[in-house]
Design a protein around this ligand. Structure first.
Ligand SMILES: *[C@@H]1O[C@H](CO)[C@@H](O)[C@H](O)[C@H]1NC(C)=O
Ligand SMILES: *[C@@H]1O[C@H](CO)[C@@H](O)[C@H](O)[C@H]1NC(C)=O
Ligand SMILES: *[C@@H]1O[C@H](CO)[C@@H](O)[C@H](O)[C@H]1NC(C)=O
Ligand SMILES: *[C@@H]1O[C@H](CO)[C@@H](O)[C@H](O)[C@H]1NC(C)=O
Ligand SMILES: *[C@@H]1O[C@H](CO)[C@@H](O)[C@H](O)[C@H]1NC(C)=O
Length: 622
């Protein structure tokens, strides 16, 4: 898993699939059309058995290639595994299908697609011999109503025709036209026979895909710890696949390997098992001579004494143990802060990926200080940070004050940020349930900072890029308390606004104070991002809607809140799910109240989200 100098987003996405899901990632959108898993537009994404074609030149149009022809795809529903293609048009001014030379639509029977029984098919311009078939070819058949009532089929009036529902054993894979039979066809999905022809939908042929099997593997290395590479019992050709350990499931809809059926991610044990005794290794000295040895011992002893003292400061107060790292250790772990180890640059400094001597992967954050603070003061702040410990907070493992800037060593959360996921190609992995559980986890983390940390910690920079996702897609709040390490004196505050544009409490401009309710405001914006998959600030929206909070508040006033919900979430959602989306939207708007006293506390936000989740889970039982 060597780090490569890739843009951060791409790196995060690659990391996601290298560490977590072993199937290939879902494909990027074709133009603006999302391409859900397992559909595949290139060998590097989706499942290759589900290949479709993206024609970028055609403005990003997807095509379905059958055995002998190609058809544009007009819609895709990932939740029902269905897609609709536009069937072959007529040769102009005739009642002959353009795909007559290739005998009509023929799916490869060994490909994982079939024609669904939602299609009503009309065979047109048939030879007389067909009239004795079991199809409905009577004079009252709907195909006559169609050719008599539709402009595009007007050439077919008075030709013998038949109607039927597709999906029988032979028509699951082909709609056959030929010179000696019928020469044209039309298909409609979910046709309401009661409607006049003028109100029928556009012609379309609906196909369904089989859910994909687990990804294939060459060996255990391809599968990771959540699954085992083993022979596929459904294949006699020696194919091996990654099979999930018991209690976990392959998720064929999202392509996520081995998720906990109750959670929303992969259930691998945490990558970070805690720090080993790396420091002890330093005692193993190779002795060249007695004097060198003594000299070395003296330095070592001095270093150890310093380390012990610092750890004592850090650990007084009963928090979980944090280590003091030496500058040398950190330099080694980060390959001397090599460019290819840079994970990102945040408001408080740069973050590097580090690999400790015992193999533990960590994130090393360089705190950029606004003004100089004494070592003791920094250590005191770090001590407070080290005592906050909650499953929804990114754990602080230790620090290093030897170099010019204090360095904080955090547990490494491998799966990128919430922002990356909402704005990247893996957005489809974030189901509504998954988004709700990310909302709950991060709200719990913030409530813990506000109400359980002593003294309370206000995050001051809550945003989706500060929420990391672990390999189970659990949300974890990062960067909390870093504002403590930066300056806090008032003279600086007015010149250097804390927080991030789009998330910043409007009351801040009144009194230049950030409180717990400022975090609640910023969290409200994060909730909107979860609901809408839109950016907090986006200049591609109309000028009045650039700010997501303002935009959604306007929709609420116009009683159209659901207009902003992510179309991918709304598609195929049950009425109940739509209701819970609305409820979360209203909660978010409550957090965005202009006056701080009208906003709920973080504790109340947690309770509200739990209530929303309880509605969805209670109902899904019956
Ligand atoms: C019906 O099909 C025949 C045979 O392909 C073709 O010659 C004829 O023009 C078609 N009828 C109409 C009305 O297009
Ligand atoms: C269409 O494809 C099928 C399946 O591959 C093949 O058997 C058939 O010969 C093809 N027909 C034509 C007319 O190309
Ligand atoms: C054929 O379709 C017409 C119109 O839907 C219907 O009234 C008729 O009963 C059908 N006939 C047969 C034999 O299925
Ligand atoms: C065809 O359409 C005309 C005009 O809409 C209507 O009068 C006639 O009854 C229709 N014929 C059939 C067979 O449906
Ligand atoms: C098409 O495939 C789906 C998924 O395997 C299956 O449930 C359905 O019965 C199939 N439909 C037909 C008409 O064969």
């Amino acid at each position: 898993m060597a780090a490569k100098p890739l843009p951060l987003l791409l790196a995060a996405v690659l990391l996601t699939y290298a560490v977590c899901a072993l199937s290939l990632p879902p494909c990027p959108p074709c133009g603006s059309t999302p391409v859900p898993y397992p559909l595949s537009t290139s060998p590097s994404c989706g499942d290759p058995a589900y290949t479709i074609r993206c024609a970028v030149a055609a403005g990003g149009t997807l095509f379905f290639d059958s055995s002998n022809n190609t058809y544009p795809i007009t819609s895709i529903s990932a939740t029902t595994q269905r897609l609709t293609v536009a069937p072959s048009p007529f040769v102009p001014n005739t009642c002959v299908a353009a795909d007559l030379p290739s005998n009509g639509l023929q799916l490869n029977p060994s490909a994982p697609f079939n024609i669904t029984s939602s299609n009503t098919i009309f065979y047109l311009n048939c030879s007389e011999s067909i009239l004795s078939s079991p199809l409905n070819c009577t004079s009252t058949s709907l195909c006559h109503v169609y050719s008599n009532g539709s402009n595009s089929a007007s050439d077919c009036i008075n030709t013998p025709c038949c109607a039927f529902r597709a999906g029988g054993s032979t028509t699951s894979y082909r709609i056959r036209v030929r010179e000696a039979g019928c020469r044209a066809y039309r298909s409609f999905v979910n046709l309401d026979y009661g409607l006049p022809v003028s109100q029928w939908p556009q012609p379309g042929m609906e196909l369904q895909w089989l859910l994909p099997a687990e990804p294939t593997c060459g060996g255990q290395a391809d599968c990771g710890s959540g699954s085992t590479c083993g022979p596929d019992p459904n294949s006699n050709r020696g194919v091996n696949r990654c099979f999930c350990h018991s209690g976990l499931q392959w998720d064929p809809v999202s392509g996520l390997l081995c998720r906990d059926p109750d959670g929303c991610g992969n259930n691998r044990t945490a990558l970070i098992a805690g720090l080993g005794s790396g420091l002890g290794a330093f005692l193993v000295a190779s002795v060249i001579g007695f004097l060198v040895y003594k000299h070395y011992r003296r330095i070592k002893e001095e270093q150890e004494r310093l380390t012990r003292e610092r750890e004592e400061i850090l650990n007084s107060g009963g928090g979980k143990s944090a280590k003091i790292f030496t500058g040398k250790q950190i330099k080694k772990a980060t390959n001397s802060f090599a460019k290819d180890r840079l994970l990102g640059v945040g408001g408080y400094g740069e973050v590097y990926k580090g690999i400790l001597e015992d193999g533990t992967i960590v994130a090393v954050k360089c705190a950029k200080l606004g003004n100089t603070k004494g070592t003791d003061q920094v250590l005191n702040e770090v001590r407070i940070l080290c005592q906050v410990n909650h499953k929804s907070l990114v754990g602080l493992l230790g620090c290093c004050v030897e170099l010019e800037q204090p360095l904080l060593v955090y547990e490494y959360v491998p799966n990128g940020t919430l922002l990356d996921h909402l704005q990247g190609p893996s957005r489809g992995l974030l189901s509504w349930t998954c988004r709700l559980s990310i909302a709950r986890a991060t709200a719990e983390g913030l409530a813990y900072l506000h109400f359980s940390a002593v003294p309370p910690i206000y995050h001051r920079d809550v945003k989706s890029s500060n929420i990391l996702l672990d390999e189970k897609m659990n949300g974890k709040v990062s960067d909390f308390g870093l504002s403590r390490l930066a300056h806090t004196d008032l003279s600086h505050i007015s010149t250097c606004a804390q927080g991030t544009l789009g998330y910043l409490d409007p009351e801040y401009y009144r009194n230049y104070q950030l409180t717990d309710k400022s975090d609640v405001y910023s969290f409200g914006v994060v909730l909107l991002e979860l609901l809408t998959s839109q950016k907090a600030i986006d200049f591609n929206r109309p000028p009045d809607d650039v700010n997501l909070a303002v935009y959604v508040q306007r929709l609420v006033e116009e009683e159209k809140i659901m207009e902003c919900a992510d179309p991918m979430l709304k598609e195929g959602a049950s009425t109940l799910e739509l209701e819970t989306m609305k409820a979360l939207g209203f909660l978010a708007v409550g957090c965005l109240e202009e006056r701080r006293q009208n906003r709920p506390s973080m504790k109340e936000v947690v309770e509200e989200i739990e209530y929303i989740i309880s509605i969805t889970t209670a109902k899904s039982v019956d």
